[in-house]
Design a protein around this ligand. Structure first.
Ligand code: NAD
Ligand code: TYD
Length: 377
């Protein structure tokens, strides 16, 4: 029986990872630690918690007591740290919270994992650890900074973060490396590109655009829409993390990318045309539209590029991210299986079918956040 401690398991990628683990493996226990910030939602993992193999703890990764309690209660084999403040725009407004959660939280997890897993000392004075344990830090390609028109990030690209979010994730990566070098703690770091898929909180580009279209609102594109992101279907990311846990070489960093670069404008235009087609084809999806937007005709001409509004650019907006995932493909046989054309349709269908989830997660502070970021558009 393998015990996974998944921090941030009520958020977008963490919840998808919990679902993936429970589906993929039989003999496991999944302990989820999440502080349920605005980005975490128990409803996302409610059905998973009905599974006797899963258990949930509400708590902050910065708090040593809750983390130690979990390690005392369960024989944790793998700690996978998804918990983080994850939104660049919010990091521009409140950088300190990002340093607290992302850096201090990571160090707290490492420290308690180290203490709990230590079995003794070797002849040089390094701690020795229980066999088979591993700490995996879920990081981001944003630690490498911003690319021009050409080139890719590899694992040896120098770290060059530019936003408070990416600086905090870089700080976290460096403390993970420090525990690996100084205490020989068995660790891996994965650095992935932008994820998309079900349960993505609608403050990030793809789910925000879907939500706005369904409400007949304008679609805010920062700057001129030419910034490029490399989109990865979330389930492919979950598979990559599981592969690294099982067979990744201890102490190594693995880049995880989608081979799928798109400008923001391309993404918004593709979402517009896909939603329009789906609504035209399938009457049952029309209930996802805000009441009043439903027209008697079968045509949705108003779902067009005219909804796009170019708004003030993000401060320090990174121009382009692109990952070279050759190392994880070569060593672990992983590659991004989901073609973007399929993944985006699956994602949009999911949102059309799960408006209750969108309403639930945006019923709290979301309205204030939206008002502050985008005004009354
Ligand atoms: P998310 O914001 O959707 O979820 C974060 C989760 O962490 C939430 O459930 C939240 O409640 C929880 N959390 C936040 N602070 C916490 C704290 N102090 N203690 C305990 N729980 C806390 O984020 P996500 O998009 O799922 O990202 C997960 C991880 O992957 C993050 O570390 C992020 O940096 C990284 N990442 C994300 C992407 C992406 O495209 N979403 C890309 C690269 C890397
Ligand atoms: P986001 O989803 O916030 O991810 P990240 O900043 O971590 O890459 O943003 C993706 C891209 O979309 C980024 O270039 C900023 C842009 N963007 C918009 O143009 N409009 C929006 O409303 C949002 C949220 C993002």
């Amino acid at each position: 029986m393998t015990t996974y401690l998944v921090t941030g398991g009520a958020g977008f990628i963490g919840a998808n990872f919990v679902k993936y683990l429970l589906k993929k493996h039989r003999e496991i226990r999944v302990v989820i630690l999440d502080d349920l910030t605005y980005a975490g939602n128990l409803g996302t993992i409610q059905t998973d918690l009905d599974d006797p193999r899963a258990v949930f703890y509400k708590g902050n990764i910065v708090d040593p007591r809750i983390v130690a309690t979990i390690f005392e209660k369960y024989p944790v084999d793998y700690l996978v740290n998804f918990a983080a403040e994850s939104h660049v725009d919010r990091s521009i407004e409140n950088p300190q919270l990002f340093l607290q959660t992302n850096i201090l939280g990571t160090q707290n997890l490492l420290e308690i994992a180290k203490k709990s897993w230590t079995t003794g000392k070797d002849d040089k004075g390094y701690p020795t650890y229980r066999k088979g344990v591993k700490y995996l830090q879920v990081s981001t390609d944003e630690v490498y900074g911003s690319l021009g028109e050409t080139g890719f990030f590899t694992e040896t690209t120098p770290l060059d973060p530019r936003s408070p979010y990416s600086a905090s994730k870089t700080g976290a990566d460096l403390i993970v490396v420090a525990y690996s070098e100084t205490y020989k703690l068995p660790v891996n770091i994965t650095r992935c590109s932008n994820n998309y898929g079900p349960y993505h909180f609608p403050e990030k580009l793809i789910p925000l655009i879907i939500k706005n279209i369904l409400e007949g609102k304008t679609l805010p594109v920062y700057g001129d829409g030419s910034n490029v992101r490399d989109w990865l279907y979330v389930e492919d990311h979950c598979k990559a993390i599981d592969r690294v846990l099982q067979d990744g070489r201890t102490g190594e960093i693995y880049n995880v990318g989608g081979h799928n670069e798109k400008t923001n404008l391309e993404i918004v235009q593709l979402i517009l045309s896909t939603i329009r087609n789906l609504l035209e084809e399938n009457k049952s999806y029309r209930s996802a539209l805000k009441p009043g937007l439903l027209q008697s005709s079968d045509h949705f001409d108003w779902i067009s590029n005219d909804l796009i509004t170019f708004v003030k650019d993000r401060l320090g907006h990174d121009q382009r991210y692109a990952i070279d995932p050759a190392k994880i493909t070569r060593e672990l046989g992983w590659y991004p299986e989901t073609k973007f054309e399929d993944g985006i349709v699956k994602t949009i269908r999911w949102y059309l079918e799960n408006q209750h989830w969108v309403k639930e997660v945006t019923s709290g502070d979301y309205q204030n956040y939206y008002q502050q970021m985008y005004g009354n558009r």
